[in-house]
Design a binder for this molecule. Structure first.
Ligand code: TYD
Length: 134
């Protein structure tokens, strides 16, 4: 099974440049209600982030600038993807452990999320995650 599910974002371009649109609840855009958007930037060299899973949250990650490497793990296997395109979105849903590495100095990683921030939705302990998925 592929853990890596991506969507191609359609850049709208003209002589001025490009823009990308996200719309909630659209199969060919964002297939959930966007309740939260955040972005990660200025990540220091050698830093890795994530190291958690979510019980309920759905997310789309877009590297708007620069690049980084996502490792997704469903408890059985790990798959990775380099996100380095502002027109590719990584869809993360279901019980998946995520780790993010190799942020370029200029990386701006934007996350669209289906829920407001909720600490109780996080699983921070890898063994607990394995127990949940088994
Ligand atoms: P953290 O969960 O460590 O980020 P990552 O997903 O990259 O591991 O979040 C960093 C801090 O920001 C932490 O104190 C929680 C806080 N935070 C919020 O307050 N709201 C949010 O929506 C997010 C994602 C994080």
């Amino acid at each position: 099974m592929s853990l890596i599910k991506t969507i191609n974002l359609v850049p709208l371009g003209d002589e001025r440049g490009f823009l990308v649109v996200f719309e909630s609840n659209k199969i060919d855009s964002v297939p959930f209600e966007i309740k939260r958007v955040y972005y990660i930037f200025d990540t220091k060299e050698g830093v890795a982030r994530g190291f958690h899973a979510h019980k309920k949250l759905k997310q789309i990650a877009v590297c708007v600038k620069g690049g980084c490497r996502f490792v997704l793990d469903d408890g059985v296997e790990k798959q990775e993807i380099i996100l380095d395109s502002s027109v590719e979105g990584l869809v993360i849903e279901g019980l998946v452990w995520r780790e993010v590495y190799d942020f370029s100095p200029d990386c701006v990683l934007m996350i669209l999320a289906s829920e407001h921030y909720d600490e109780s939705d996080y699983i921070w302990d890898y063994q607990e995650f394995l127990n949940e998925v088994s």
